[in-house]
Design a protein around this ligand. Structure first.
Ligand code: NAG
Ligand code: NAG
Ligand code: NAG
Ligand code: NAG
Ligand code: NAG
Length: 558
């Protein structure tokens, strides 16, 4: 039964993605390019269609368009249409406007971040606020210019994205009663919410625009830009089954040794073991094995130990019905079991019918994914930020730390590819480095000190080592900048469902809601007359209902 349902789905998927890989989970654009730290997609049901004041709300996925400046340093260049979604289920006049961007993704299908399926909606529900999901420039259809060529990408910087949030908050006219009078601080407190890259953007924006947002909530926020981000694999190593990490480490150590000093026969035997005989470059072969670890990123408390990551560990650790002790089965079994996992299913899952060179090779500058400059290609847009500003290359650990990942893959491996993606952008430098120092200096990274910003992190988040909960981070939790850490994975605390299944996630969410309640309690709009709290008379109530109805009729939705 299950199989017969699944088959057409698989066919559909591989058709739509046939140009590149058969399977590109969690932001992976290619089998040897690190995934972006994308925010999990959460979609709302069509309802609720009624606000608490009884007004009819537009369908939850109604798309609105904001005229955003192409270039904040030169407004004369004009505007582009930036997409957003918005609802006001819980809104009362003067309540907070909760702004969220999913960051480096097409924002379609993120409507869950409008309702109480997410922390965003929970904040709105508690504080009588309205919610907005804004598509980030250069993702989905929100493009300053109609392609992703170098000429266009020059407007794709973190600072332009920060300026977008400022210009949006100060100029948007929301399709709700009083929605043309929601100026930050003048009329309403605005709260910025983000996860992962957009979590970092939340912090960076509050550093850069200290008087714009009254409060912020930053989940798994990768605030410190890091070029050699080998620390990505550290939370995985800490929390994956010990037998599995012991065996992965043994296999990788062996492969690195053979690939560095083994005979051609020994090298070919390793390649064949994984079905990768046709993959030319050894760093591509060893680097491709990172995919099994990247599968960790899509885990959540709600999925528990389901998922491809655990299928992988089971494949290594369960032998003839027996389970390995904490030290694993050792190199011989692990190497052949890992190989069998690849050749029997995983390689097909990853590459489908594509040959391994186009699926996992990184040395052909003519591959589509390097050359395609059409819009709505989040991989390309994100890689631009990676190559220029944040790095986050996910490589082998330094030699004094155990590694789950080949040391043949170092930042130069990824930096070389920046030239294939963006020929001419980096002059003659064969391995251009991202300017992480500039980002960490401009926006303060782990050292950021801003008022009323809540950090929500997860012990098991592979991005933890770039957040304020990283081992190397000097950040400490304070009442104006609290750091709540749960047993969650990546951005787990954004989801209400995760809070229901994991009490540590729930505790972080409750701590955040409490902080935000306190931070809003002493908020005073500068236009005080518009926010005189008073009881409405029955006449005023009736007039308000009429106003809402009139508004509904007149509302022009693009
Ligand atoms: C909203 O969702 C409905 C049902 O999923 C779909 O038919 C419709 O096209 C969507 N509208 C927009 C504007 O995305
Ligand atoms: C979430 O919102 C819905 C209405 O949209 C409401 O029925 C439900 O009770 C809310 N959930 C919680 C936990 O408050
Ligand atoms: C390797 O490439 C050759 C020639 O293109 C092809 O015939 C062969 O099937 C490939 N081997 C594998 C294991 O994919
Ligand atoms: C060994 O591996 C199995 C299968 O992945 C896992 O369920 C178990 O927790 C592991 N045990 C230890 C001690 O690591
Ligand atoms: C300030 O509040 C008054 C009274 O509600 C309103 O008429 C006016 O437009 C508001 N000014 C701004 C800048 O929102």
């Amino acid at each position: 039964m299950l199989t017969s349902i699944r088959t057409p789905l698989v066919v559909l998927l591989s058709l739509s993605l046939s140009v590149v890989n058969a399977r590109l989970p969690d932001g992976r654009v290619h089998g040897n390019i690190p995934p972006s730290p994308a925010v999990p997609k959460i979609t709302a049901d069509d309802g609720p269609l009624t606000s608490i004041s009884g007004a009819t709300l537009p369908p939850i996925n109604t798309t609105y368009y904001f005229d955003q400046l192409i270039d904040h340093t030169n407004p004369k260049l004009g505007t582009f249409k930036q997409r957003y979604w918005h609802t006001w289920e819980w809104y009362e006049e003067g309540g907070p406007i909760i702004l969220f961007t999913p960051g480096e993704a097409n924002a379609d299908g993120y409507t869950g971040y409008l309702v109480n399926r997410t922390i965003n909606g929970q904040i709105a529900q508690q504080q009588k606020g309205a919610t907005i999901v804004l598509e980030h420039r250069f993702y989905g259809t929100s493009n300053p210019l109609p392609d992703l060529s170098l000429k266009s990408l020059k407007y794709h910087t973190i600072q332009q994205a920060i300026d977008d949030l400022d210009y949006f908050a100060n100029n948007v006219k929301l399709a709700m009663p009083g929605g043309d009078k929601v100026k930050p601080n003048v009329n309403n407190p605005w709260i910025l919410v983000g996860g992962s890259y957009s979590g970092a953007l939340t912090g960076w924006t509050m550093v850069n625009k200290p008087d714009l947002f009254r409060a912020g909530y930053a989940s798994s926020a990768v605030v410190e830009a890091i070029t050699d981000f080998w620390g990505y694999f550290e939370p995985i190593r800490e929390f994956m089954p010990q037998n599995c990490s012991a065996d992965v480490e043994a296999v990788i150590t062996h492969i690195d040794q053979i690939f560095t000093s083994g005979s051609p026969a020994e090298i070919n035997a390793i390649k064949a073991n994984f079905g990768l005989s046709n993959l030319t470059h050894l760093d591509d072969v060893a680097g491709a094995l990172r995919n099994n670890l990247w599968d960790w990123q899509s885990l959540s408390p709600a999925t528990g130990v389901e998922g491809t990551f655990f299928q992988f560990c089971d494949a290594l650790e369960v032998k003839d019905g027996a389970v390995a002790s904490a030290s694993g089965w050792g190199l011989d079994h692990a190497l052949s079991a890992w190989g069998a996992f690849w050749t029997s299913s995983y390689l097909n899952l990853l590459c489908g019918k594509n040959d391994v060179e186009s699926c996992l090779g990184s040395y052909n500058p003519n591959e589509d994914y390097f050359t395609d400059t059409s819009i709505d290609n989040s991989g390309r847009s994100w890689t631009w930020i990676v190559c220029n500003e944040v790095g986050f290359y996910q490589e082998g650990a330094p030699t004094d730390v155990p590694t789950l990942v080949t040391r043949l893959v170092q930042p130069v491996y990824d930096e070389r590819q920046c030239n294939y993606w963006f020929p001419g952008a980096f002059g003659n430098n064969p391995t251009p480095q991202p300017n992480v120092n500039r980002i960490n200096t401009a926006y303060h990274g782990w050292n950021m000190k801003v008022d009323r910003l809540f950090f929500a992190n997860g012990h098991r988040d592979p991005w933890r080592e770039a957040t304020t909960s990283a081992n190397g981070s000097p950040a400490v939790s304070t009442s104006s900048e609290p750091i709540g850490i749960s047993d969650g994975f990546h951005c787990s605390d954004l989801s209400t469902t995760n809070g229901k299944v994991d009490s540590t996630v729930l505790a972080v969410q409750q701590q955040a809601l409490k902080s935000i309640q306190g931070w809003l309690a002493d908020f005073k709009p500068t236009n005080r007359s518009s926010h005189q709290p008073h009881r409405r008379s029955e006449d005023e109530e009736r007039e308000e209902k009429r106003r809402v109805l009139r508004f509904e009729r007149e509302r022009s939705v693009v």
